[in-house]
Ligand binder design. Sequence first.
Ligand code: SF4
Length: 367
Amino acid sequence: MNISQDAAERLLAWFRENGRHELPWRQDRTPYRVWVSEIMLQQTQVKTVLAYFSRFLSAFPDVCALAEAEEETVLRQWEGLGYYRRARQMHAAAKKIAEERNGAFPETFEEILTLPGVGRYTAGAVLSFAFEKRFPILEANTQRLFARLNGLEIPVSTGPAQKILWGTAEDWISERVSDASPCALNTALMDLGSLVCTPQDPKCAECPLARECEALRMDRTVEIPVSGKKMLYENREEAAVLIFRRRMDGKREFLLLRYVEGEWWAGLWDFPRTQIHSEDARKELADFVWKTTGLKVQAEEELRTFRHAVTRYRIRLRTFCAAEFLKDAENVILERTPAGGEIRWVCEEELETFPLCSTGRKIAELL
Ligand code: SF4
């Protein structure tokens, strides 16, 4: 698409009036703050990130503080944001910056791209938002906006579509179009995509780029952007069990397992939990606990059922309580699960600060 200076001015005028200038990560745009916010905002809504960003920055005010923290502490601060791999990669990236650059955030595209968990979008966001360098960005909101502006009739995830969309992102921040700050231009485009060019019912009457919009001209704003294949969801039954024992002082301790690399929620803790294939969830759960921890238990009282989704799975999770594990000479707990995960008895009071996966946290709240 051809982008005129006039279009850029209309966009920026709209942004001055309507942009989300109050977002905390838009104040004091240091590379560290931009990076943390962009990683948090991947696959997570702004309103969710709002609750976490300031708390995370208080816990880890700079790259070195993050690098020095224990992984469990980082995961605990991240708990609830989901997609924990992001937190673990961010922690690894902070260590790399602390060790190799003495805590100074890299300033070139190539260097930023070497950080774990950083792709073209995040590198462009850090460079344009924190360093005012002319680097394009393409994320969900601008992708939808550019697809409509271009009247793009092919699925946006395909190679040819991505080439067109990144090309449009580059055009918007070129000096030929505007000498305005690349930070302002990129932020304005993101806000326009998010607030006006919404997935359903875009507000075309309020749009400063309506006269440039090919999808509007063709009356195809409902059909564009064209998505690729629809995700095929699969139902899955799972069950978890709260196994507890009493300490000498009468307090309860619960059995927790830690997920290992390659499993969902790697690095986080959870109550023993497994997929269920038959009608007898209690028996399958007891077999799982025996094989995984060496404990013989009998799942008794059924507690709540939770429904949640992980990737393409729609999961129904039943929870049970096992008040006492059966006393038996062979009932000796293993040190690690067959997958290599840690096994630990954790006091009820400690659970609050333990980095649990999101459903593990919901189960803990039942107590
Ligand atoms: S005119 Fe409508 S569809 Fe086109 S960019 Fe603006 S809001 Fe989106």
